[in-house]
Design a protein around this ligand. Structure first.
Ligand code: GDP
Length: 379
């Protein structure tokens, strides 16, 4: 974390009244802790675990409490949403997990090809070790919103194509109470040995050792926006983008709109796009697609201009804060939020739209976590 960003995050917590009541932020509803205990029990009967993480935060999207249990299991870390992460540094993350003797694979849960590769790896890992067991169970776990359901959904489709008549799982699972077998269901993905992926994912509680991890989890959607507030999240995201000079790369925007339309980067069926439109429309037509592409260009242009005209010190949290203030004003104009709106309301609209653009990858792919320095890379 660069100096200015680190200080701004701390300042946000304290002086800026980030934390109502002054106590520790309550990131999760209390019942989520009980979920960890339940998962621990369920993990006992899994022969293999697919731990789904977000490629944009390969470490921040882990659950630390369960890492000892998970690492004692046969496991693969599926770094999902690879389409949203910076492709130029992902090889460093693969190297990082490799050097920790941890199998990992970059995936996109919506792509069948990608999910098939993951299933091939699961099968390989299971067959090379346990070939005598007739039925093996695979469990999908991960913190909220990393794409567990999307992955299981794709697995379901692949399983149905491989085995059109899906057999019932023939393995009695003994529940926590004596004599009670648990009702579990799964999708058969392989034969001899039969491998089933359980249809219900295990939801892990994210670990939040520091405020920045919490902010990253909120920006990527594992923590509800209301815990921190959209405006703080947008400020944090702007601080990260500025401290990495990302807006500078948005300089060459000529012909961008035409190019994007030509390559059809906008999916008109994507529901989330509607959140960016001025009025709710039933169907996204070409004019709305133009509107969104134009919005992206305007936003990037506004951030590029404010960034390139900034003559302060990015390491100084006050300077960085005033740049972010200017960017909020520029974004309000770029997003055509009426100037007469009360400023609180306008800032919320700007923040929400900005977060939506980022989360959909419209501002480009981006990885928020930094690869830890390993002893190898320092020599
Ligand atoms: P879960 O809470 O872990 O079960 O997460 P979901 O499967 O409900 O996914 C959360 C959101 O992430 C949904 O809007 C998905 O469409 C989206 N999502 C899941 N996988 C991917 C992916 O690989 N790429 C992108 N861009 N979005 C994804």
């Amino acid at each position: 974390m660069s100096g200015g960003l680190g200080k701004l995050v701390k300042k946000g917590l304290g002086e800026m009244g980030f934390n109502m009541g002054g106590g520790a932020i309550n990131w999760f509803p209390g019942h989520m802790a009980a979920a960890t205990r339940a998962i621990r029990d369920r993990l006992k009967f899994a022969d293999f675990v697919i731990e789904v993480r977000d490629s944009r935060i390969p470490l921040s999207s882990a659950n630390e409490d369960l890492q000892p249990v998970l690492s004692s299991k046969r496991r693969v870390i599926a770094l999902n949403k690879k389409d949203l992460a910076n492709p130029n540094i992902m090889h460093k993350w693969i190297q990082y997990f490799d050097s920790n003797k941890q199998d990992c694979l970059l995936i996109n849960a919506h792509s069948k090809g990608s999910v098939k590769k993951l299933l091939d790896l699961v099968e390989l890992k299971l067959k090379e070790r346990i070939s005598r067991e007739p039925t093996l169970l695979v469990m999908v776990v991960g913190v909220p919103n990393v794409g567990k359901s999307s992955l299981i959904n794709s697995i379901h489709q692949i399983a149905s194509a491989r085995f059109p008549v899906q057999e019932k799982m023939k393995r009695a699972i003994v529940g926590p109470l004596p004599g009670v077998t648990q009702d579990i269901a799964g999708y058969k993905i392989a034969h001899k040995p039969s491998i089933y992926v359980l249809d219900t994912p295990g939801v892990l509680v994210p670990s939040i050792p520091d405020i920045e991890t919490g902010l990253k989890l909120a920006v990527t959607g594992s923590v509800k926006d209301s815990v921190v507030g959209e405006e703080r999240l947008a400020q944090y995201l702007l601080a990260v983008l500025n401290s990495r000079s990302t807006p500078f790369h948005w300089k060459n925007l000529n012909n961008r709109i035409l190019e994007r339309l030509k390559y059809g980067s906008v999916d008109k069926n994507d529901d989330k796009l509607r959140a960016l439109l001025p009025k709710k429309k039933k169907q996204l037509d070409d004019s709305n697609v133009w509107y969104i592409e134009d919005l992206v260009t305007q936003v990037q242009h506004a951030l590029y201009l404010t960034f390139s005209e900034f003559d302060g010190n990015m390491e100084d949290e006050n300077d960085l804060e005033s740049l972010i203030e200017e960017q909020f004003i520029a974004l309000q104009k770029a997003m055509k939020v009426p100037p007469h709106k009360p400023s609180d309301e306008a800032r919320t609209i700007v923040s929400k739209k900005f977060l939506t653009l980022f989360r959909m990858g419209k501002l480009g792919p981006f990885t928020l976590d930094d690869v830890p320095e390993t002893s190898d890379s320092t020599h």
